[in-house]
Structures are given as C-alpha cells and as structure tokens.
Design a protein around this ligand. Sequence first.
Ligand SMILES: NC(=O)c1ccc[n+]([C@@H]2O[C@H](COP(=O)([O-])OP(=O)(O)OC[C@H]3O[C@@H](n4cnc5c(N)ncnc54)[C@H](O)[C@@H]3O)[C@@H](O)[C@H]2O)c1
Length: 470
Amino acid sequence: MRIAVVGTGYVGLVSAACFARAGQHVACIDIDDKKISMLDQGEIPIYEPGLADAIIEGRSRNRLSFASDASAAKDADVVFIAVGTPARPSDGHADLSQIYAAVEGLAPVLKDGSIIVTKSTVPLGTGDAIEHMIRSVRPELDFDVASNPEFLRAGCALNDFMRPDRDVIGAQDDFAAARLMKLYRNVGIQRQRILVTDRRSAELIKYAANGFLATKIAFINEVAGLCEKANARIGDVTRAIGLDHRIGMQYLQPGPGFGGSCFPKDARALAKMGEDYEAPMRVIETVLASNEARKRSMARRVAVSHHGALRGKTIALLGLPFKAGTDDMRDAVSIPLAQGLTDAGAILRAYDPVAMDRARDLLPPRVRFCGSALEAAEGSDAVVVVTEWKEFSRLDFRKLRKVMRTPLIIDLRNLLDERELQSIGFRYLGIGGSRRHAFERSPASKSPRRASIQRTRDAEEALESIVAGE
Ligand SMILES: NC(=O)c1ccc[n+]([C@@H]2O[C@H](COP(=O)([O-])OP(=O)(O)OC[C@H]3O[C@@H](n4cnc5c(N)ncnc54)[C@H](O)[C@@H]3O)[C@@H](O)[C@H]2O)c1
C-alpha cells in the first residue's frame, strides 16, 4: 500500500515514520513550506524522543518523501489526515478549517479505490462531512472515508504508536476496515488490539477517552486541595486508591492542572458536542471549570508563599512545556503562571531543556531565559518546578541553595525529595500536603523507642520494627 500523511506535526510525523519503519512508502504533505524544506534536509522541526532517528532511517531507505503540494497524494491507497483541530477561540468548538482545507486540496487528486482516514481528533459527523465534500467534487470517484483516531502521547509517541493499548478503526465499509486492519497488522499490531467499529463511534471514542483522563486529573487535583486544607497526604491517598485495579495508578498524579495540545481542547469540544446533540456533558463542563481555576491558582500559590508580596522578588521557573518529554507549549501551565507572576511584579528567570525557543513568544517579554537550572536559580527567592523533567530531581541542591537568595522550592509536580531538600535547609512546598511520614513530622518524643523510630530514615521500616517488636 502507498500511504500519504497530510500534516507533519506530532501525529503526522510519528505516524509517517512508524509506517515507513514497517516498510511502507509514505508521502508526507504539509502546507508549511519551511517545515517541508527542513524535513527535506533531514532537520526535525519538533522534539520527540526517537523521532529524528526514525525519520533519518526512513529517508535513507527512500521510504519517506516530503512535499508541500497535495498532488503528492495522487498515488496513495490510504491518505491519513493529521492536521490540527484546535479549539475555536469564539466558542470552544473544534476548529475544522485545517481539515476542510486539506480535503479540498486532496479531492481533485485522489485515485479510485483510495481510503481517506482522519487521524486528527474530529467531532462526531466529520467523516460524513468529508465524504460529502469529496463526492460533490468527484461524484464518479470510488473512495471510502474512515476514522482512525490517534492515542499516542507526546514524549513516548513512537512507542505508543508501535505498541498501542488499542487501535480504533471506524469505517462504514467492511472492505475499507479490512484494508486498514491489514496495514496495522503489517506494523506489528496484534489482531486483539485492533477494534473495528463504525465511523461515528470511532470519532467519539477519542473524545470519551480524553474526557475521562482529564476527569481523573481534575478529580485528583481537587482531592489534593482537600488534603492541603485538612492536613492529609495526597501521596498516600493516590497510592491507596490507585492500587484498586478498578481505578489504576495512571493519571492520578496531582499537579498544576492539565494542559497540552489535546485535553483542554478535546474536553471543550466534547462539552460542545453534548450541547449540539442535547446530551449535556455536565461532568466535563465541571472538569473544564475546575482545571481553569486550578491553573489560575498556581500564581497565587507562589504569591502566598511570599505572603502576597511578589513585587521585586525573583522567581525561577524550571520546566516550561505542558509535560516532560516534549517541547509542546500548547496550553502549558507555565504561560498563565508566568503571566500571573509578572502581573504581581515578580522578576522571572526560566530554564527548560528543550522548549525555550517555543516558549519565548508565549511567555511575557521580560522573562529571562537561562542556560541551566542553576543559572535560572541565581539570586532567586523561589524555584518553582513547573514541568516534571527527571533532570530536575538530579540537580546539585547544595549548590542550588548557595546561589539562591531565599531557599524556597515550590514543587508543582511533587517531583523532588522533600526530606532531602529540608535536610539541606530548603523550605519545600509540594502539592497536596507533606509527603513525609507522620512519624517524621511529629514533635520529638520523650519515649526512647519512639525517638528511635523517628530517627529511622524509612518510615515503612519504622512500622515494620514496631510490628516485629510486638
Ligand atoms: N499532539 C498529540 O500528542 C496528539 C495525540 C493524539 C491526537 N492528536 C490529534 O492529532 C491532530 C494533529 O495534532 P498535532 O499535534 O500533530 O498537530 P500539529 O499542529 O503539531 O500539526 C499539524 C500540521 O498540519 C499542517 N497543516 C495544517 N493545515 C494543513 C493542510 N491544509 N494541508 C497540509 N498540512 C496542513 C500544519 O502546518 C502542521 O504542521 C489533532 O487533531 C490532535 O488533536 C494529537
């Protein structure tokens, strides 16, 4: 099968590279000439682990080609559309203008027997609209329109594509479904991982999945807020509920609110679909409101740590994208956080290992971008961990403390070791209450046995020693 992928963003490039790895010939098409000429010269426009190698490999085997004209799809048996579907600023509906522009470009060049597949996340009924558009231009053309939503996660996208929990194929025609299934079987996806359904259900599956995950995050963030007020510990709560296999550990890490290119806009689009179909999505509407409030409250959290007086204080932001492993800055919490802190008069210094170029135009103009975490922390009154990059947990904290004016760390990801930082002399503020064991936090006991328990580094060990002594 010859494949074309329209849109060379995170999803398009990863899909194309993985199909090429599986031996397919893939024509990649994008209207962004600059991107196409970069790709043509072997430069990769985005950061995604493993992607550069996969693209270099595909090019060297002549399985990947890049073009800015839709006519490059003229020989394709399967055309994947992977263009953006951002939220429409006016009302939050999915903006389908990139989809329709792509279809307009493709319609005149499609060959008989081709399958046009939406990999982009598109609302219910988009496949019907695409079918109608193509039929109105090419009434004689034999073609199918299918839905194959993508579930990859930025940061581990290639692995997710090659080893998905499931692939969903939504088609109105068994023959089209079978051809797409064959394509994925060739990539190495097992039959039992491929779910075949109708086109509308496939379109909805993607929104329902993202809506559910967003709900989990918003829920645990609210529980974390309750822990802070009620002196309970979110770490123990998440561990205990996550061990319930009906709930599971994933997407239960409390943080500054969800962002990124998918959850916020997909949750909004799902709420809008509910309105359109008169099937209200009240849960999702609440999740969205809760998440917005959460993101906005992060600047306040930093201000409270300085008793509301941020004017003239220097704050270091470590990490800028919406999560670690990507340079994707879409809807990243660092944006409203930096704005809120700047509005309150703080002086900002920022560092990120991969996203500084993308962040420059999105953060307030006076943010100073630094070459390392240590440089960002110089002279600061607080270091705020915004993105959970592993390298931040391996910093030399003694050195960090020396360069800071005030030894305060605000860890919005509960990434760092609270106990270690406190022992070095930092004031540490995580999310959802202290993670230190109750024994360690209680005042020193007069009982020698209890005192020895308090000295025990590992609280689990301390408990074991009581149990063993009884
Ligand atoms: N990023 C993710 O992690 C992810 C995961 C799953 C699904 N999705 C969905 O996949 C879709 C694409 O997301 P993305 O993050 O890859 O988007 P992106 O914005 O990174 O890339 C979209 C690309 O499409 C190109 N484009 C726009 N209009 C075009 C046209 N008419 N013809 C050719 N190219 C055109 C743009 O220039 C851009 O390079 C979205 O619907 C998104 O919701 C994204």
